[in-house]
Design a protein around this ligand. Structure first.
Ligand code: SF4
Length: 487
């Protein structure tokens, strides 16, 4: 029997087809990648820490996923008044099932329910999540005093000792909000039960609501190559208007359809199958001073800060790569990768400042590097002046491309992963052991874990160096290609 669970209810709130596919077409669910697994592990870690705030708590037996047996076990624990706090009790009502995160016994047989999230604030879906639990427990006649969310305190600053759980977590009481959701969510729940029982896949048009859905590839298989979904920053009203007009392909958007300048450029280039090069590109490319430092950072950001003075999800830079191109055409490469689980930031800054010196443009791609430099200047005031001087020399290649150059094959994106294969087809991230930033963060943390075997550490170190070096090499080659195609 397929149960309607919290996560399926949330899937249904996004899209009924997503719910149906989760139940009936599990074969289409992509395997979890390194970054996805890290997010799951983070959620579990946060959940465990939230439980540690209640040392008197008892963990309910999950009965190896047998929901009916798990619910019976939980029921027995609920009836034992000597147990003040329960972790992960399971409840089943008809074809609905849930596992609460933390339940705290209050008075007169009542409970408080805490849903634990690894976010630093509340989101709309959290209300749906808690409402689903409230509705199921109400159906079972379980009395709850307060329903709420326990999430990470965004203002928490780690002092370096044991994490102060009272400060790390925030509790937000949702109880007053839940009855007001009944009008919308009760009919939604009934609909979802019917959807799950159907043999036929629901027919749902794709739209902006598809973002982040695991079935995106499956659903979009027959969409045009230059689908309007890829029009940069397309908003809901424009999407709806184009859909009303029956337009799916960027090339078919009428010339007089209101678009932003970037969207207009994308439309024109796609409709004419011609690369757009702005008359100002040559001048924009001249706005640099040699030597050119092509610089890229890698960082990780953890839910639970590991270094004193850090906040939750604070970005910690641990690696940089720099290709230096001199005016006479000669080039060199320098790099930095921290090697153990100590705070990498001071060593990172010192090595980077030494590398970039005091003259020449520092070319980066998008806003990430600038944001990290500004954070580092704030955190380490002793380097603030020198970092400010580095920031003054920054030159954003992403901004230059997105303003001055568009090839229809970018398919609406100016990210380096989309731009590189078009402008420099002989250079690729394909086949790399580490091929994107999320994986780099996770692998770095694995490398600096003292428990990781030295052979694996060495393998990861090599893969990280190869990946980051490619990022800056890609920038150099993109730069050179643009210079050669100047008008
Ligand atoms: S890709 Fe869109 S239409 Fe398809 S299941 Fe996901 S949300 Fe629904």
């Amino acid at each position: 029997m397929a149960y309607l669970t919290k996560s399926k209810f949330l899937a249904g709130m996004q899209c009924k087809k997503r719910l149906w596919l989760q139940v009936n077409r599990k074969d289409l669910i992509p395997t979890i990648d390194v970054s996805g697994q890290y997010r799951i592990d983070t959620g579990n870690l946060v959940g465990l820490l939230a439980c540690q705030a209640y040392p008197e708590g008892t963990r309910a037996d999950s009965a190896a996923g047998d929901l009916v047996l798990a619910a019976e076990n939980s029921q027995a624990l609920m009836e034992d008044e000597a147990i003040p706090v329960l972790f992960e009790p399971t409840f089943v009502f008809e074809n609905q099932a849930m596992r609460a995160d933390i339940m705290i016994r209050t008075e007169n047989g009542k409970w408080d329910l805490h849903e634990v999230k690894s976010s630093t604030g509340e989101k709309e879906e959290h209300f749906y999540d808690v409402w689903f639990q409230h509705n199921l427990l109400k159906s079972k006649g379980i009395q709850i005093d307060r329903y709420g969310l326990t999430y990470l305190n965004k203002d928490f600053i780690y002092d370096g000792g044991e994490h102060d759980l009272d400060q790390l977590f925030v509790f937000k009481d949702f109880s007053d909000k839940l009855p007001g959701l009944d009008n919308v969510l009760t009919p939604a729940l009934d609909t979802f039960k019917q959807v799950m029982a159907k043999d036929e896949e629901p027919q749902i048009d794709m739209s902006k609501h598809c973002k982040g859905c695991e079935f995106f590839e499956y659903c979009s298989i027959n969409k045009p190559k230059y689908w309007i979904y890829y029009l940069p920053r397309i908003n809901e009203p424009k999407w709806e208007k184009l859909t009303e007009l029956g337009i799916e392909d960027i090339a078919d958007i009428p010339e007089d359809f209101p678009l932003s300048p970037t969207q207009q450029t994308v439309r024109e280039a796609t409709a004419n199958n011609k690369t757009f090069i702005s008359p100002g590109m040559g001048e924009a490319l001249e706005q640099v001073q040699y030597p050119l430092y092509f610089l890229d950072f890698e960082s990780f950001n953890e839910a639970i800060p590991r270094y004193a003075g850090c906040k939750t999800y604070q970005q910690i830079v641990f690696q940089w790569s720099c290709h230096i191109v001199h005016e006479d055409g000669t080039a060199e490469h320098k790099e930095f990768l921290h090697n153990d689980d100590s705070d990498p930031r001071k060593a990172f800054i010192e090595a980077m400042l030494k590398c970039v010196g005091t003259e020449g443009s520092i070319i980066h791609y998008a806003s990430f590097e600038k944001a990290r430099l500004n954070e580092l200047a704030k955190t380490f005031p002793e380097y603030a002046d020198k970092i400010a001087a580095v920031v003054e020399r920054l030159y954003d290649l992403y901004a230059v491309i997105s303003k001055n150059y568009y090839d229809p094959k970018f398919r609406g994106s100016f990210s380096i992963k989309k731009v590189l294969p078009v402008l420099v087809p002989d250079l690729s991230y394909e086949g790399l052991e580490i091929g994107e930033g999320g994986t780099a963060s996770v692998k770095y943390l694995e490398m600096v874990n003292p428990e990781t075997e030295s052979e694996i550490k060495e393998k990861i170190r090599t893969a990280l160096l190869v990946y980051c070096k490619l990022d800056t090499k890609a920038m150099v080659r993109i730069w050179q290609t643009l210079k050669e195609t100047e008008v």
